[in-house]
Ligand binder design. Structure first.
Ligand SMILES: [Zn+2]
Ligand SMILES: [Zn+2]
Length: 395
C-alpha cells in the first residue's frame, strides 16, 4: 500500500463512517458492508466484488489503531489546504506555474521518514497535479454544478389565490467585469508575490516534516496587485444583481417552496447551473382566510335572522354571491358557495365557506326588550335537562 493510495482514497467514506468514528463503529460498519457485498452472496456481480475489495482495504487500515493514526496524519498533511493554490493555479491569469520543487526542496524528501521515501513523492504529486486524478488530494477541475440559491417572496393574499408573475431581484457574488477577476486596475497586471515567488505557499520545517501553508503576504494567491481595480477595490469580485420573472401559480400557499431548475448560480467550467428555491410567504387578508383551496369568511347575523331566515349577500374575492339562510339556522352553521375559492390552473376549484356568527346585542331599546319578553314567554325553555341532572347531584 503506497502513500499515493492513502492520499487518494477516503477510507472513512468507503466505510460510511465519520472521521471521528469509534473503533466499534468502524468495525460494525465494516461487518455490515462486507456482508452485503460479499462475493458469496452476490455471485457474478463484479460491482459487489469491487465494493467488497474497497471495504476490506479500508478496514485493513482503519481497523488497525496504529495504521489509522498514520493514515489520519498523512491525510491532514497532504489531503487538503496547502495544495489549494496548485490546483487552481493554471486557470488564473498571471499566475506563475506551481513548482513542486520550490515547495519541498530540501524538505521532507531527505528527512528519512520511510513512508515518504523513494519514489513516493513522484507518485504523490503526479496524482495531485495531473488534474485527471480520481478525486484524491487535489481539487476537482472538471465541470462543477453551480450552487443552489434561496430567496423569499411575500405575496398579497389575492395574488396567491389567483396566481401572479413577479420580478425577483437576486444579489449574488460574481466576477468583476472591469478587471475580469484579477483585481488589478485595467492596463496593469498582478505581479508575482515576492515572498512566495508566485507559489502561493510557504514552507516551514519541523523535525523531519516540512509543512506548507498558504503565503501570508499574498493570502495564497501567488500574486500581488499593485494598482487596485477601482470597481472591486482589488478583490476581483463584485455583488451582481439579476432580475428574474417568477410565475407563482394560482393557489400557491404560505410556506410553500417553489423550485426553478437551473436558475441558481451558474456552474463552473461548463457545469450545470444550480437551482433557485423561492420560499413563499402570503400576507393575510383582512376579510378572508384560507384552508387549502377553500376560502373562509365569517358573517355576523342577528338572532332574528337566524330564526326567521334571510338572504345574505356576501363578498367573494372578485365579486359577490347571495346565500340563503334557511329559517331556524343554528349559530356557527357553515354555508358553502361552490367554486368561489381558489381556482387552480387545471380548473379544479375550492369553495367559499361562510361561517354564520349569531351576534347578541349588548343593549336593546325598551320596545325591543318588551317584544323580547313577549317572545320569551312564548318560547319553550332550552333543552338543559341532561345538565340539570348533574347539577342536582351537587346541591
Ligand atoms: Zn505570496
Ligand atoms: Zn475589479
Amino acid at each position: 500500500m503506497s502513500s499515493k493510495d492513502w492520499i487518494e482514497k477516503d477510507y472513512y467514506a468507503a466505510l460510511g463512517v465519520d472521521k471521528s468514528a469509534s473503533s466499534d463503529e468502524i468495525k460494525k460498519s465494516y461487518r455490515k458492508l462486507a456482508r452485503e457485498s460479499h462475493p458469496d452472496h452476490n455471485p457474478g456481480d463484479a460491482g459487489a466484488e469491487e465494493r467488497f475489495k474497497t471495504v476490506s482495504e479500508a478496514y485493513a487500515v482503519l481497523g488497525d489503531e496504529k495504521k489509522r493514526r498514520e493514515y489520519d496524519e498523512m491525510r491532514s498533511l497532504f489531503g487538503s489546504g496547502a495544495f489549494r493554490r496548485g490546483a487552481r493555479g493554471a486557470g488564473q491569469p498571471g499566475g506563475a506555474p506551481f513548482d513542486v520543487s520550490d515547495l519541498f526542496g530540501g524538505g521532507a524528501g531527505g528527512g528519512g521518514d520511510a513512508r515518504f521515501g523513494g519514489g513516493g513523492f513522484t507518485d504523490l504529486f503526479s496524482t495531485i497535479f495531473s488534474g485527471g486524478g480520481a478525486g484524491g488530494g487535489g481539487r476537482p477541475r472538471g465541470p462543477a454544478r453551480g450552487r443552489d440559491v434561496e430567496a423569499e417572496v411575500a405575496l398579497d393574499f389575492s395574488d396567491a389565490v389567483r396566481g401572479v408573475t413577479l420580478p425577483l431581484s437576486l444579489r449574488a457574488p460574481g466576477v468583476c467585469d472591469t478587471c475580469h477577476g484579477n483585481g488589478a486596475k485595467p492596463g496593469t497586471t498582478p505581479v508575482a508575490c515576492p515572498v512566495c515567488h508566485g507559489a502561493g505557499v510557504t514552507t516551514r520545517n519541523q523535525g523531519s516534516f516540512s509543512f506548507s501553508e498558504p503565503c501570508r503576504n499574498c493570502q495564497g494567491v501567488g500574486t500581488i496587485v499593485e494598482e487596485k481595480c477601482p470597481e472591486c477595490h482589488g478583490t476581483g469580485g463584485v455583488t451582481k444583481t439579476r432580475t428574474l420573472n417568477v410565475r407563482f401559480p394560482a393557489g400557491v400557499a404560505d410556506g410553500q417552496r417553489i423550485r426553478l431548475a437551473g436558475r441558481g448560480e451558474p456552474g463552473e467550467r461548463g457545469g450545470p447551473a444550480g437551482d433557485l428555491f423561492v420560499h413563499v410567504k402570503v400576507r393575510p387578508d383582512e376579510l378572508f382566510g384560507r384552508t387549502g383551496d377553500d376560502l373562509t369568511l365569517n358573517v355576523p347575523i342577528t338572532y332574528a335572522e337566524a330564526v326567521l331566515g334571510t338572504d345574505l349577500r356576501v363578498p367573494t374575492l372578485d365579486g359577490t354571491v347571495t346565500l340563503r339562510v334557511p329559517p331556524g339556522t343554528p349559530a356557527g352553521r357553515v354555508l358553502r358557495a361552490r367554486g368561489k375559492g381558489v381556482v387552480r390552473n387545471d380548473g379544479r376549484a375550492g369553495d367559499l365557506l361562510v361561517t354564520l356568527d349569531v351576534v347578541v346585542p349588548a343593549k336593546v331599546s325598551d320596545e325591543a326588550r318588551a317584544a323580547l319578553e313577549t317572545f320569551a314567554a312564548q318560547t319553550p325553555p332550552a333543552a338543559r335537562e341532561h345538565l340539570d341532572a348533574r347539577v342536582r347531584r351537587f346541591s
